[in-house]
Write a protein that binds this ligand. Structure first.
Ligand SMILES: Cc1cc2nc3c(=O)[nH]c(=O)nc-3n(C[C@H](O)[C@H](O)[C@H](O)COP(=O)(O)OP(=O)(O)OC[C@H]3O[C@@H](n4cnc5c(N)ncnc54)[C@H](O)[C@@H]3O)c2cc1C
Length: 471
């Protein structure tokens, strides 16, 4: 028996990316159906969240619910990164139970009007010439056919929608298991670089931790280990920080999964978009995958809303989404190469060398203002700074607006303290001091905000000293 359903938008996948984009699109008055293959709560990798994510969760209206959950608060991680020295790194954020975390987000999506069909695994996706998608899924022993005008792939690393995906770094494979502890360790995280792998231990609660090992997949197939558990256990012995844990010797099943960084060559089209890991999966070393999935899904919702309801801005919206994706690819590539190369200094082994190979070429040349800004200093705008019409996100759609471009900025900036950048720049004249600029801005921003903006422009080398570069 088949059931047919009609909708504006079909979202495949109910992880953080899928739940977020569907709730935002529903709040923007679109009809959304979300298909999730698993019943929630279910286990999922990606448990470590930083405090930065709180702002996104507040924005989505689930911040308070998450804070009330008994998720473990992070305080400090013990780090041994290549050398014999260990250091304690203060950390904020949480180790969440992803089963519960994802359930909270999907519940919020349902409350926002999203029709969630779960557990329903997508079987096939057909794109008809008349710009219609037909998605076939199984739900409670029945086949459902969903006819949608727009498709969102939020199915994580498995990426349901076909299309070329590019590996952004050498392959990485993760092995992980939950261990019981006889006593609570002093730190809630342990991170260590070994010869052919790195280790990440995250405390889940008073008596359990997850120990993950990240290695090159070729080592597993070539070293004669008959199974993942064998490889995992024998490699853990090489990590000295594991010995600081009071493990009771009993652990659950060892799971293995691909953890390579990949991005999609076509993140957005006329009637489809990819979000979260289905679009860009980052190296887990950054512990930012969930944050990125939430963040891109919030932006993607506005892009989809523009494509559906503001076709005159469709091209601008697609450029916006592609540009944001490219920025993130560059940013995370640089960041992870830097972390791998820090360990590679003391670990001259192929695992580390391969991953830090282009550390130098990947590092952005930073032009740093070494001098501090003084009140009497005469300033001018750096000749490399340009105001260019650029796609920016408005309330419900994407449109072109003037934005500041400068090699020191990781992305164009259209607003500072809610003020249009071109308006602020309109008042600049060569040779002004901070006092002069604040005086000209007095109808726009308070003195405190104005000072912060000038400081930021100075630190990013957008404002420079008049004397600079003239000798
Ligand atoms: C080993 C490892 C450790 C990590 N550690 C961290 C960490 O500590 N912190 C962090 O922030 N990030 C971490 N990440 C990354 C993080 O897990 C992901 O970035 C994040 O889960 C992405 O969210 P998503 O919604 O895009 O995808 P997912 O969370 O993977 O959600 C995709 C959903 O789609 C569903 N689905 C898949 N196929 C179908 C289908 N055909 N039909 C219907 N539904 C489908 C799945 O069941 C799933 O619920 C880690 C990743 C790995 C691999």
């Amino acid at each position: 028996m088949e059931q047919e359903l009609y909708t504006d938008i079909c979202v495949i996948g109910g992880g953080p990316g899928g739940a977020t984009i569907s709730m935002r699109l529903s709040e923007l008055a679109n009809h959304v159906i979300l298909l999730e293959k698993d019943a929630f709560p279910r286990p999922h990798v990606g448990i470590c969240l930083s405090n930065e994510t709180d702002a996104l969760l507040d924005y989505l209206g689930v911040g308070n619910i998450i804070k009330q959950e008994a998720f473990l608060q992070r305080k400090s991680t013990l780090l041994k990164w290549g050398s014999d020295r260990t250091e304690i790194v203060e950390q904020t954020g949480r180790h969440v139970d992803r089963g519960r975390f994802d359930q909270i987000l999907i519940k919020k999506a349902m409350d926002s009007g999203v029709q969630v069909i779960q557990p329903a695994r997508t079987q096939s996706i057909i794109h008809k010439k008349n710009q219609e998608w037909i998605i076939k899924a199984y739900f409670k022993g029945k086949t459902i056919l969903i006819y949608a005008k727009f498709l969102v792939d939020a199915s994580g690393r498995s990426a349901s929608l076909q299309g070329k995906r590019i590996r952004n770094a050498p392959s990485l494979f993760a092995l992980h298991a939950v261990w019981n502890l006889r006593s609570k360790p002093q730190f809630d995280g342990f991170m260590e670089a070994g010869k052919n792998a790195w280790l990440w231990t995250a405390l889940l609660n008073e008596s359990q931790c997850m120990i993950s090992l990240y290695t090159d997949p070729s080592y597993i197939s070539h070293n004669g280990h008959r199974n993942l558990q064998n490889f995992y256990c024998s490699n853990l012995e090489n990590f000295s920080l594991v010995k600081l844990l009071d493990l009771d010797g009993d652990f659950g099943k060892v799971y293995g999964c691909d953890a390579s960084s990949r991005y999609s060559l076509h993140p957005v089209g006329d009637d489809f978009i990819r979000v979260g890991d289905a679009n860009f999966a980052i190296d887990p070393m950054a512990s930012q995958g969930v944050h990125l999935a939430l963040n891109t899904a919030i932006q993607a919702a506005i892009v989809v809303n523009t494509l559906i309801h503001y076709p005159e801005h469709a091209n601008t919206a697609r450029i916006f989404y592609r540009d944001r994706q490219q920025e993130r690819i560059n940013q995370f590539r640089e960041r992870t190469i830097f972390e791998y190369s820090k360990a590679a200094i003391n670990l001259p082994y192929p695992f580390w060398e391969k991953r830090s190979k282009d550390a130098m070429s990947g590092t952005r040349t930073q032009i740093v203002n070494l001098t501090s800004l003084t009140v009497t200093q005469k300033l001018r705008v750096c000749p490399l700074a340009k105001i260019i019409s650029t796609p920016v996100m408005k309330d419900r759609w994407i449109e072109l607006a003037p934005a500041l471009h400068h090699p020191e900025l990781s992305r164009p900036v259209a607003f500072l303290a809610d003020k249009n950048i071109d308006l602020l720049f309109h008042y600049f004249k060569d040779g002004q001091t901070i006092i002069d600029i604040l005086d000209r801005w007095k109808s726009l921003v308070s003195e405190d905000t104005g000072t912060q903006i000038i400081q930021w422009l100075w630190e990013n080398h957008v404002l420079i000293s008049v004397a600079e570069g003239r000798s």
